[in-house]
Design a protein around this ligand. Structure first.
Ligand SMILES: [Fe+2]
Length: 210
């Protein structure tokens, strides 16, 4: 009884970051997903939190600007400080800046495409980017908009995963996302919060101790 109450309390305190049911005693570790073929290989110095601007350029990235406000926590919901949050994504045209991406989507020289940001003392991290475009991987399969993540911190299992956006029809037919159960899918899909000029998506990363 006591434990149940504690869990409900804990869920309340950490809302809206809680992704699993309030009755669970521990948070579900962020489900792993394939790294995919487009982890950046072209060296770039600019890997800061603002992916809509590239150092030394006047123009800004094309596409729908948004922010992701994230948090790295352990399975008890405690913040994890100074985790390395490494993320990469396609531009608004669904194209990666990677030699292996030979799709027809346009390259956008003003889009940074890659960032490595640390989590703060309260576990939070944030970055500004544009919504990644969907892209075709097979005749009958287009990936829904997603952002790739690799999150690591000494003492925890490194996680490679993908973050999705809510209410995307392609989510419901994506061959990767559909391999996960409902609870895991919920954990991988970010939440749109509030009604701000720049949309804010909330996303939680739960790391498992090694
Ligand atoms: Fe991808």
């Amino acid at each position: 009884m006591k434990t149940a109450r504690r869990n409900v309390l804990k869920a309340g305190l950490t809302a809206p970051f809680v992704v699993s049911a309030a009755s669970a005693s521990e948070l579900l570790p962020t489900p792993p997903e394939v790294e995919g073929p487009f982890y950046p290989t072209i060296a770039q110095k600019d890997k800061d939190f603002d992916l809509t601007r590239v150092q030394g350029q006047q123009s800004t990235a094309s596409g729908e600007v948004l922010e992701v406000h994230g948090k790295v926590v352990d399975q008890q919901g405690n913040p994890i400080e100074d985790a390395s949050v490494d993320l990469w994504q396609a531009n608004t045209y669904g194209r990666y800046r990677h030699p292996a991406d030979t799709s027809e989507g346009k390259l956008d020289q003003a889009f940074q495409g890659w960032a490595i940001v640390p989590s703060a003392s309260d576990g939070t991290f944030r970055f500004k980017t544009v919504k990644p475009g969907a892209y075709k991987v097979a005749k009958d399969w287009s990936r829904p908009p997603h952002i790739h993540f690799k999150v690591s911190k000494r003492g925890y299992r490194e996680i490679t995963t993908q973050m999705y956006f809510p209410d995307e029809p392609l989510n419901d037919i994506d061959r990767l996302l559909l391999r996960h159960n409902k609870e895991a899918r919920r954990a991988m899909i970010s939440t749109l919060v509030g009604n701000t000029a720049i949309p804010i998506y909330r996303y939680q990363v739960v790391l498992e101790r090694v």
